[in-house]
Design a protein around this ligand. Sequence first.
Ligand code: HEM
Ligand SMILES: *[C@@H]1O[C@H](CO)[C@@H](O)[C@H](O)[C@H]1NC(C)=O
Length: 502
Amino acid sequence: MQLPLGTVLPSLWEKAPLQTLLLLSAFLLILAQYLKKTRRHLNYPPGPPGLPIVGNFFQIDFKNPQIGIQKLAKDYGNVVCTYAGNLTFMMVTGLPLIKEVLVNQDQVFIDRPQIPIHFHVFKTHGLVMSNGQEWRQQRRFTLMTLRNFGLGKKSLEDRIREEARYLIDAIREEKEQPFDPHFQINNAVSNIICSITFGHRFDYHDSQFQELLKSLDTVTVLETSWECQLFNIFPWIMKFLPGPHQKFFREWKKLESFVKHEIKQHKEDLNPEETLDFIDAYLKELSKDNIHSSFNEENLVFCTLDLFFAGTETTSTTLRWALLYMALYPEIQGKIQAEIDKMIGHSRLPTMADKENMPYTNAAIHEVQRMGDILPFNVPRMATVDTTVGGYHVAKGTVLSTNLTALHRDPKEWATPETFNPEHFLENGQFKKKEAFLPFSIGKRVCLGEQLARAELFLFFTCLLQKFTFQAPPNTQLNLDVRFGLTFSPASYQICALPRVI
Ligand code: HEM
Ligand SMILES: *[C@@H]1O[C@H](CO)[C@@H](O)[C@H](O)[C@H]1NC(C)=O
């Protein structure tokens, strides 16, 4: 029996106008999604089936997203797609394919996707979230300015060594008692990028600055809350609902106000003869009055914020992993200290020139980064045009993640993938580079702070091990539990720093 639609609809409408309308629109939405999916190119990458609209959202375990989608690569291969809202996410696994997308096709995957929670904070400004001409100009200017302020030069090295001295003093004040090094390390690392961007450091007892570091930490953790992820699918609804995503935005606002305050002070104190830091250099660029350029106040704020955030969180998380691994592997710690004692001694602090003569220490730092694996899925990119990956059709707008965990634990690349073992980076006692080691990513959009981060890691790490031996507190078993968030960091731990007898 066929009912003429023309007679059914009006009568339904009379009986229950609102419910009907809602039901009908839900039905149409689902239908539209269904049609969209079946219309999909036959050669799209495989992936698990998902619900309409929300896609694979409810298949993700937010406490441990990594394990939640664990079997995907095993079940579907090295190119896997999942869906949420309007977005298609592609996960690429294995060195050959990662090189294919990040190196061979680096012009195709050069953009960042607009992730709603980030768009809400940054719009498309700054260094991390910008694209196209704006990104190119901001990145080039920032790299040039970082170089002018000592990246790769003695002056920056001296700043790091000076900061290491403050950190050593702060740790000595703990008097061998168990303590959580989190915020001292955070502060020390942050002071390096602060001295480049703002022109000064912050004392470890500065309670206002400690609050800001807490805000940085909070946004890192909240990023993966399910409310924030739901905001990514339904921003227009979640915007009006209370929850952790609102705290996420409030904390970012605090950080933004701090940066704006610093900029205001720099404007007041600006001396055209003297460029002391990144903000000064940017203000000078602004005064050039080029209407076609992307240099404006907004980009000044968000580039500075990006440097502050990216320059603090990542390196300090890595150093916290480093101390934990040292306490867990005392023999390896002992070998590093023996190398420090032999090549540097006790009367002076390490310099970057020492690195070349310290293959074991250098290998151990690389091994901390491999095992720590703090950005397991890299930072997302987006396809700017339709393309092909591993033989599959990939549509423009597809969000690309690369599975760095799989790379850093690939049994084909590492002798003992699950064990902390500096030998992975050694050959006949010499340091050996590994292609499958990509914590900073690769290609045109590679980490902008890689060189800075490497200098910080080497100098802070060797300075600390020159002065202290790190140990688990008495009767305590340390472990490698992970705190999930934007970065994967060690769960908070207490440690003892025993001064080394000189
Ligand atoms: C151990 C420390 C660090 C790690 C593991 C790390 C890792 C990364 C990764 C994986 C990316 C994404 C690259 C891509 O999309 O291919 C990135 C981007 C970025 N990093 Fe780092 N990073 C570290 C330290 C730093 C530092 C100290 C700074 C400060 C200057 C910094 C600033 C940035 C910026 C601005 C971007 C965005 C670049 C762009 O989109 O063009 N990072 N980082
Ligand atoms: C990434 O690789 C790790 C290690 O092989 C694996 O456990 C995890 O399931 C992978 N994640 C995805 C989303 O493919």
